[in-house]
Design a protein around this ligand. Structure first.
Ligand SMILES: Cc1ncc(COP(=O)(O)O)c(C=O)c1O
Length: 372
């Protein structure tokens, strides 16, 4: 029996669990103690929890005391956005659904054609009302990889007494992320984008910032997030954070592979469009449209050939909706509907790029032949 070639190029949806994280999690699954218990088993669980918290804090240059562990990026974003009910909300138009959905009436910062948000528009929104704001701007877009001017936005926001939250979920492990240097007040990260498990994340807080919790109950996480901690998941997060920090140089290799993929796909299909390429991008992300072939058709055809990519953002319903990110960049719907997202990671190999190019090229040739 021959096994089918499989090339996983959907790392922005989920990075594979690192074996070291899996091993540490499996050990932690055997811990009997609750981290809040004072006896020796409880203390052992607490020690593992705090060690992981420190590793997470170190990854983004934050203080361990300022890390609130959550059930993932989505919860951390929801916690941040509801934490200051007295403030008006300003969010960017290209945010992830976990920022957009909890802030349905927020003012929106538009994006430019490059995929970067319009800072002049942010200045106007900040100046428009005296009521202090909470601004939410992501570090790097999950669909295009475009890196956003978060430090500039934070400097600007501060002049208006606004707080700034940054959804940095796609950053750590791919580009250096420095909470202090960004100058933001709150930052979201998620374990499963950097080789930790799904369902664990963190909200990082600036010193002495008080927030209203989203989940009420026990006094865990210094009364900022109730509920017995997901110890095995958090331990896996800590190990993955440690490894991601040690391994940032891999970014150059990943960037070279992504650039090669882009060059080879454009050589096959000169009419294809790449989104966000004029801006600074995550080294691992490529958003590309094959004209007149719906994204869902491309994703299915590539999957049949063993190549796994996604149509824009992964959507829990499995359906493909029009990308609000490309729409905000002013990309025409007919072109946006043909965009797929290819995303790489630390273990991506040259052979997987060959596989992608082969499968995409075959689809392109087929669709052009049938159109002729
Ligand atoms: C930019 C961004 N923010 C937030 C999330 C949500 O994180 P989680 O999957 O941990 O809930 C994602 C996940 O894809 C994301 O890409």
């Amino acid at each position: 029996m021959t096994t089918m070639r499989a090339s996983y190029l959907d790392w922005n949806a989920n990075a594979p669990l690192r074996p070291e994280a899996a091993a540490a999690m499996s050990e932690a699954l055997g811990f009997a103690g609750n981290p809040s218990s004072v006896h020796r088993y409880g203390r052992r669980a607490r020690q593992s929890l705090e060690k992981a918290r420190q590793a997470v804090a170190r990854l983004v240059n934050a203080a361990a005391d300022h890390v609130i562990l959550t059930s993932g990026g989505t919860e951390a974003n929801n916690l941040a956005l509801q934490a200051f009910p007295e403030r008006r909300l300003i969010i960017s138009a290209i945010e992830h659904e976990s920022v957009l959905a909890p802030a349905p009436s927020a003012a929106r910062i538009p994006a430019l054609r490059t995929g970067i948000v319009d800072l002049a528009a942010l200045a106007r929104l900040l100046a428009a009302e005296p009521r202090p704001a909470l601004v939410s701007l992501m570090l790097a877009n999950n669909e295009t990889g475009v890196i956003q001017p978060v430090a500039e936005a934070a400097r600007m926001a501060r002049r208006y007494g606004a707080l700034v939250h940054c959804d940095a979920v796609q950053g750590p492990g791919r580009v250096p992320v420095d909470f202090r240097a960004l100058g933001v007040d709150l930052m979201t990260i998620s374990a499963h984008k950097l080789g930790g498990p799904m369902g664990v994340g963190a909200l990082i807080l600036r010193d002495r910032l008080e927030l209203s919790p989203l989940i009420a109950g026990g006094g865990q996480e210094r009364r900022r997030r109730a509920g017995t901690e997901n110890l095995p998941g958090i331990v896996g997060f800590g190990v993955a954070a440690e490894l991601a920090r040690a391994e940032l140089e891999a970014g150059d290799r990943v960037a070279a592979l992504r650039d090669e993929a882009q060059r080879r796909l454009l050589a096959i299909a000169p009419d294809a469009a790449v989104f966000g390429a004029e801006a600074a991008r995550l080294p691992n992300t490529l958003a590309i449209a094959m004209p007149r072939v719906a994204a869902a058709t491309q994703v299915i055809a590539l999957d049949l050939a063993g190549v796994m990519v996604s149509a824009g953002a992964a959507c829990s319903s499995g359906k493909v909706a029009r990308s609000h990110v490309l729409e905000a960049m002013g990309i025409a719907p007919a072109e946006a509907d043909c965009a797929i997202r290819i995303s790489l990671g630390w273990s991506t190999e040259e052979a997987e790029i060959d596989h992608l190019v082969e499968a995409w090229g075959a689809l392109y040739a087929r669709t052009r032949a049938s159109a002729a």
